[in-house]
Design a protein around this ligand. Structure first.
Ligand code: GFB
Length: 313
């Protein structure tokens, strides 16, 4: 990518898209193209094609998606499969038709089987059944990465799919019904401390293990993979750091300065027991994560405190 190439970041207001825009700007890229939902509805093929007709786009980072935590995935199952299939199909095909030189599609580690051998390698894709709570989302993402693979094979494009582990960071969604676990626990534990509540409710048993990556580290990996020659259609991106949800709640309580009790609510789903990614591929290309979980959560909490008015804590 040259510094004045036109780089379209789809989903620039979201957790991942906004981090990619920050990263590109930080690296001196000057021609970053974004577009509002009003100007282009990515779920509408005609709208996407009309928008692409008016642009010259060299590279696409496809970070637009309908995303959410375990409860949102399990509740809005139809929206998760329809919106994601539509967005990714429309954008990937329009980018191909408009001769974009590069495209990076973002998936998720939930594409791998529920009871996958750990750590999960790219070769484990489609070897066993998925986790039921997020199957519609995972099926959509698998369709997207298979589309990338098929376009590379038939049309000789050099697109790539990145599979990030569970992400968190600034600009995350802190809505307790739809968010992922880190923003949810930051909000719940902050509120418990502020109101002097003696305990906090954490969903599930606290036993599942998760690997978390700060979104700024992911954004660096995205820009890195778009710029480096490699032979892969699919690349995992993770931190290599795995914690139980119970341990995560303790870390967040420490960052927030909360000394009350952490209680578990086993009526809420645990989801997949473990999902640690094998990141040998991206490490062999020369990329490494930079931020520890404690540092990342501290930075995210600092940002949350600065934006409390908007988050209605
Ligand atoms: O972050 P989370 O929703 O994503 O949940 P998943 C992770 C774990 O944290 C689960 C527990 O075991 C939850 O039960 N947890 C505890 C909580 N307290 C809370 C809480 O207050 N809110 C939330 N949200 N969780 C999603 C998938 O699964 O991960 C998506 O549904 C996607 O498809 C995403 O892959 C990265 O890791 O369970």
């Amino acid at each position: 990518m040259h510094k004045n190439d036109a780089i379209y970041v789809a989903g620039h207001n979201g957790l991942v898209g906004s981090a990619i825009v920050r990263r590109l700007k930080g690296e001196g890229f000057q021609n970053i193209v974004t577009c509002t939902r009003q100007a282009c509805d990515l779920t509408n093929q005609a709208s996407v094609n009309t928008w692409f007709d008016k642009q010259t786009i060299d590279y696409v980072f496809l970070a637009a998606a309908k995303v959410g935590g375990i409860h949102a995935n399990d509740t809005y199952r139809a929206e998760f499969i329809y919106d994601n299939l539509a967005i990714q199909t429309n954008v990937i095909h329009a980018a191909y038709q408009h001769k974009a030189k590069g495209l990076l599609f973002l998936g998720s580690s939930c594409i791998y089987p529920r009871d996958c051998p750990q750590p999960m390698r790219e070769e484990h894709l489609l070897t066993a059944p998925l986790e039921p709570t997020n199957e519609p989302y995972a099926i959509a993402k698998i369709a997207g990465l298979k589309m990338i693979e098929a376009y590379n094979a038939q049309y000789n494009t050099q697109y790539v799919s990145l599979m990030p582990t569970n992400l968190y960071g600034i600009n995350d969604n802190f809505d307790l019904n739809t968010s992922h676990v880190i923003p949810a626990l930051i909000r719940k534990i902050h509120r418990a401390r502020s109101t002097g509540s003696p305990s906090v409710q954490v969903w599930g048993t606290g036993k599942p293990q998760r690997e978390f990556l700060l979104v700024d580290d992911l954004a660096e990996a995205c820009v890195f993979c778009m710029q480096h020659q490699h032979k892969y259609d699919l690349i995992n991106v993770g931190s290599g750091e795995e914690v139980t949800i119970a341990k995560l709640a303790e870390i967040i309580a420490k960052v927030v300065g909360y000394q009350g009790k952490i209680e578990f609510d086993p009526t809420m789903p645990d989801g997949t027991p473990r999902k640690l990614l094998d990141t040998s591929r991206i490490r062999s290309l020369g990329w490494r994560p930079k931020t520890s979980l404690f540092q990342g959560i501290s930075a995210t909490y600092a940002w949350y405190l600065d934006h409390l008015d908007e988050k209605v804590a």
